[in-house]
Structures are given as structure tokens and as C-alpha cells.
Design a protein around this ligand. Structure first.
Ligand code: ZN
Length: 101
């Protein structure tokens, strides 16, 4: 059974002493049940709070193109042999790295 969150629907200036609806509360209901509109204890007006679905997964970052990387000052070397790397882009650093060549 899903749990729903309710909060008091207070008229301007209204306060509740009821320990159920004086703040937000949770209650389990069948999905087919209608949303409560009244506090089960004192009959005061309440409303269901729509709770957002749980946020899952990781934030996706925009993939940078090689051009963006180069503009930002990054270097990229590509392995072209055993322990030997050739610069793909970038203005700094040696053209090649490693013992090969
Ligand atoms: Zn109440």
C-alpha cells in the first residue's frame, strides 16, 4: 500500500491543536481509495500533498567534444603503441609521450 502525505488545509488565521493534522502526516491507503479531505480525528480540512517520485540515477553531463576540450586547454593523448602515446589535440605538452618511436 502506498503511503500518502497529507497536510492541514487551514483557513487564514486558523490553527489546529489536533495531533494528527496540526502538521503534515502520512497514512497508507490503497491506490484506489479516494484522497482524504478531512482529518480522521478532528474532521478538519486536509489536503493530499503530491510527493515527487524518488529521484534515481545520476545526473547526465553533456559530453564535450574534442574541440570544446581543446578550447578549454585540455590535452588528449591516444595510445598508438606499447607505452607510446600521440597527442590528439591540445596546444601544450609534447607531441608524443612514451618510449616508443
Ligand atoms: Zn485533525
Amino acid at each position: 500500500m502506498p503511503t500518502y502525505v497529507y497536510r492541514p488545509k487551514l483557513a487564514p488565521g486558523e490553527e489546529r491543536a489536533c495531533d494528527v493534522c496540526s502538521g503534515t502526516f502520512e497514512t497508507s491507503q490503497h491506490m484506489t481509495d479516494e484522497a482524504l479531505t478531512k482529518c480522521p480525528k478532528c474532521g478538519g480540512a486536509i489536503e493530499r500533498v503530491l510527493t515527487p517520485p524518488a529521484v534515481t540515477g545520476t545526473k547526465r553531463y553533456k559530453k564535450h567534444s574534442a574541440k570544446d576540450m581543446e578550447r578549454a586547454g585540455f590535452l588528449q593523448y591516444k595510445k598508438v603503441g606499447k607505452g607510446y602515446y600521440e597527442k590528439q589535440f591540445g596546444t601544450q605538452g609534447p607531441r608524443t609521450l612514451g618510449s616508443g618511436g
